[in-house]
Design a protein around this ligand. Sequence first.
Ligand code: ATR
Length: 271
Amino acid sequence: MTILAGVIGDPIAHSRSPILWGHWLTRYGIRGHYVPLHVRPEDLRATLDLLPRLGFAGINVTIPHKEAVFAAADEVTDRARAVGAANTLTFADGRILADNTDGYGFLANLDQGAPDRDPASPAFVLGAGGAARGVIAALRDGGATRITLTNRTRARAEALAAEFGPIITVVDWDAADAALAGHGLLVNTTSLGMQGHGDLTLDLSALPAQAVVTDIVYTPLETPLLRAAKARGHPTVDGLGMLLHQAVPGFERWFGRTPEVDATLRQAVLA
Ligand code: ATR
């Protein structure tokens, strides 16, 4: 039997997921297809009804549908509920199961790229949007006991602190440089540093020398933040691995095999 899966989004043309999944399907000799589907918000409900009837095992979900599919699902995992959004839907027995593997992908990427990191060490998170929510939930579930959060719009950081509780301390965006002291991990979840967006100008001199620096932005692969961190000798982890690792649970579920995230896959996706 040929297994079908895909990714829905609006826009979708830029998605690298079909290359990523296609690489795994070829590598493991699996009979299956993974297709990008341009789905507009007004067509979302009809798409969710139709795809299982067409034989799709599941789909990945990207902007702007992650919250809407979470709301439309029949069942949601705890990690999807923690974020209020889903990126992985499995169709089974007429039901839709919604999962969110972004946080898993974030942590798996850190574990692979910085295996010596202490998960309990204080983390510093830049940004308080949807991506930050997933990163914070993942860090907490991974053993972090203290997270410092800063955002240009302080109220959004305060809202996340109210939701996640005393594990979070909010600092002013303008005070971030000095507040980096004492942290073992620095994470950028803002869009700063992405091609076509503004620059992230952070003075890293207060960050302890052994602190790991990671960015969820991966266009470019080496963001100005990662370049500055490397120049100071920090271990760094780029954001592409998060994209690769977040696909693993869906591939396992739909195609029945645990795929590898390695240099060959990275090259394929970057090509
Ligand atoms: P996502 O779901 O990717 O997190 P988002 O919810 O739009 O997207 O959040 C974008 C993040 O980037 C926010 O933390 C945003 O800060 P604000 O809450 O103040 O908007 C941050 N961001 C975007 N552009 C920024 C800029 N020029 N300076 C500082 N922060 C910026």
